[in-house]
Design a protein around this ligand. Sequence first.
Ligand SMILES: *[C@@H]1O[C@H](CO)[C@@H](O)[C@H](O)[C@H]1NC(C)=O
Ligand SMILES: *[C@@H]1O[C@H](CO)[C@@H](O)[C@H](O)[C@H]1NC(C)=O
Ligand SMILES: *[C@@H]1O[C@H](CO)[C@@H](O)[C@H](O)[C@H]1NC(C)=O
Ligand SMILES: *[C@@H]1O[C@H](CO)[C@@H](O)[C@H](O)[C@H]1NC(C)=O
Ligand SMILES: *[C@@H]1O[C@H](CO)[C@@H](O)[C@H](O)[C@H]1NC(C)=O
Length: 497
Amino acid sequence: MKSLAILILLCLSIQMFVCTEETFQKNQRILRELAESDETCLYALLDAGSSSTKIRLYKSVCRRTSQIPQLEALNLKNNEGKDQFAGKDKIKIGGRTIGLSKVAKNEFTEYFNNAFQTINDMKAFANLQTIKPFLFLRATAGLRLLPQDDQEKILSEVRNIFRQQQDFLFLDDNWAKIITGQEEGLFLWLSMNYAYKNIKHQNQQFDPSKTVAVIDIGGASAQTAFYSQSNSNKFLDLPEKTRVQIYSNTILGYGNDQIIQAVLDKNGFESCFQNSSDGLFNQLKNSTGLNVTVIGNYDFVKCTNIMLEIMQINDCNYLNNNSDKDCSKNSKLNKLTDQKQIIGASSIFYAKDELYKKFNMSGDTIRLKEFREKVQEYCKQDLLQAQYDENNRLFTSCIQMMWVSTFLIDGLGLLNNEVTAIMKYENYNVDWSIGSLIYDINTLQCDYIDIGECTDKIQIQDANLEREESEFKTPSSSLVINSFFSLFILFIANLLV
Ligand SMILES: *[C@@H]1O[C@H](CO)[C@@H](O)[C@H](O)[C@H]1NC(C)=O
Ligand SMILES: *[C@@H]1O[C@H](CO)[C@@H](O)[C@H](O)[C@H]1NC(C)=O
Ligand SMILES: *[C@@H]1O[C@H](CO)[C@@H](O)[C@H](O)[C@H]1NC(C)=O
Ligand SMILES: *[C@@H]1O[C@H](CO)[C@@H](O)[C@H](O)[C@H]1NC(C)=O
Ligand SMILES: *[C@@H]1O[C@H](CO)[C@@H](O)[C@H](O)[C@H]1NC(C)=O
């Protein structure tokens, strides 16, 4: 009986190993074939954030190069110069945008079929119908907030669906995974410096002090990432032995939706919402998920102090609307000092956009001191039922703008700075997608094609870890997991003897 069990376990483990080897070789063959033909390669990345999953499609020459992959956003502009897919690049079900963590079990297939349809439409529009895109999914704070069990259930649904797609290359389960907030910040940094051509050209000597810094306020978390010699917590190793010292930080809870919930937990939350002379009110959910009735009663000082309390800035308070006031000395966050340029993404852009529209202002730049004065002016205006009916999102515009200005001024110390608040730079979306792909494509290249001779691997290391320790991670992670599994089985078999 015992020996039978051992035999079965042994067979299983050998099979696992053979299986892994086979998959590896199959993938290697596919990738080598692609790399040798000089065709265009397409990369689809699904960016699963807390409030939506965005569809990103990039192309590159498949030619093998283990340096920085040269990626291009597809040009999806129509004859009128408008983005043909504006508003269609977020996955919808029944016309409603929904985040991956809120998709019901029986809706996954429909959800992703809608995404695949959009990708096919984009391919057709760009005349690239015949190309099978690589398929990646990277999930962020929305999934990170869930219990581990739920995270794994969702990822396993995603992988099951992805494996069945004939029109896509999904070669490794690891291509659908959750990334950390620090990676999110780092990849946004990489994306933007790539888009701004600070690191695009391989042979160009590149000067880290000329790179741009990034701030991203998402739905659930907020990230900052910037070059820093004194405070770096990450090393980004780029080809040609270029090491960049980066400080990358993420704070779960500092995203726009989470901040609204946190404010609603506090006394005086009405102070972050506009007054309404015709009695407009709304029900919003606080952190316990319970409805709170909100009747706006805007008060700059009260609202700012609530936000300072949320940021645990305790020894500094606002007494009036003095526009030179700044509590950042008491903030525990690392400040963005001496940056050449700062790019503001996501909610920073949306807040700027809404505010500038209101006051008929133009430009991409916000000067924080002026921005905050304008925000006060905006928030002091009444919000009427009719305006709300036309655009429901207006109810939270004021609190969103207040958070952007308070986080940037009092949290990050940018009172006297400028931030470039944009959604696109040239054809590039201002998000972490391209940075993540640059990293993933380079890794593919090194793991499957240039095995053993990859000298240009892009690596992310903790600033306080020795290089040797992270070298260990080099083989494709599924291979490592499977070999561990084999060892584990052998270990169990031994115990049985
Ligand atoms: C959320 O709102 C409910 C209902 O107003 C309230 O009872 C509860 O205390 C609030 N939760 C927190 C954490 O403030
Ligand atoms: C909470 O508020 C929403 C929006 O007004 C409403 O649709 C929902 O029925 C409310 N839920 C409860 C439990 O009151
Ligand atoms: C906005 O500003 C532009 C340029 O100054 C002007 O032509 C336009 O009439 C203004 N629109 C509104 C609604 O004030
Ligand atoms: C600040 O407060 C003063 C005095 O209450 C007021 O006159 C001024 O308009 C306020 N400034 C802003 C930007 O709201
Ligand atoms: C909002 O309404 C309250 C109560 O009517 C009033 O005291 C307050 O001054 C108003 N705030 C603004 C910004 O108009």
